[in-house]
Ligand binder design. Structure first.
Ligand code: HEC
Ligand code: HEC
Length: 155
């Protein structure tokens, strides 16, 4: 029992560090990302400018450690105060890695689309992206873009 728990912990710690590994990723709901984005803007700019996390270029999978460190400094006043922030920042990092090599990460790529429309774009772009884009990654980026670059009607 003890061995398997230790192994599981080891796997959790090592996997995100392997580039291109198929880390199990859960597609976040747009609602979760929207909440996370709002909490992020409220919570993460109180001790330092929001640009500190926004410009940190943290890799996907790397936010958990940072959020734990910020939480221990009092950010969010406990784990509940940080809800959704990890999902938001992680999907943003994925977008950054897969799309921002060619596109300005802070702009809406001058398009506003629904989640389905974004998914189509991401799939078209996946041919160009470094290392391709898996289907779960594509759905995650589409959810992220549907929140930061929403269709006028759905916002
Ligand atoms: C209670 C104060 C406080 C709050 C709130 C806070 N931070 Fe920080 N953060 C710090 C301090 C202090 C540092 C600089 C020292 C350090 O790097 O550990 C820092 C540094 C950072 C860094 C750069 C450090 C690195 O490892 O590159 C990142 C990224 C970051 N914070 C993200 C966040 C995010 C995301 C949030 C919102 C969840 C947040 N911070 C909220 C205190 C805070
Ligand atoms: C290797 C470079 C490269 C990467 C990586 C890349 N793109 Fe593009 N993208 C382009 C180029 C070049 C164009 C313009 C030509 C075209 O439309 O095919 C473009 C056009 C677009 C457009 C405008 C056309 C449209 O369909 O609305 C959007 C939006 C877009 N990209 C989003 C993305 C997203 C999202 C990602 C990440 C999943 C991404 N791109 C990754 C190079 C790239």
């Amino acid at each position: 029992m003890r061995f398997s728990v230790a192994t599981a912990v080891l796997v959790l710690i090592t996997l995100p560090a392997i580039p291109g590994s198929s880390v199990e990723r859960r597609v976040p709901a747009p609602e979760e990302l929207r909440k996370g984005m709002e909490s992020f803007r409220k919570v993460c700019g109180t001790c330092h400018p929001l640009e500190i996390p926004l410009d940190a270029r943290v890799k996907p999978g790397g936010w958990e450690t940072i959020l734990a460190a910020m939480s221990s400094r009092g950010a969010g006043g406990g784990a509940a105060g940080l809800e959704g922030i990890g999902a938001y920042l992680d999907s943003r990092s994925l977008f950054e890695v897969k799309c921002a090599a060619c596109h300005d990460r802070d702009r809406c790529l001058s398009r506003r689309k629904s989640r389905d429309e974004w998914l189509l774009t991401v799939k078209q772009m996946s041919l160009r992206a470094e290392g391709g884009i898996g289907s779960v990654e594509a759905a995650t980026i589409a959810a992220y873009l549907s929140v930061v670059c929403p269709d006028e009607d759905s916002s």
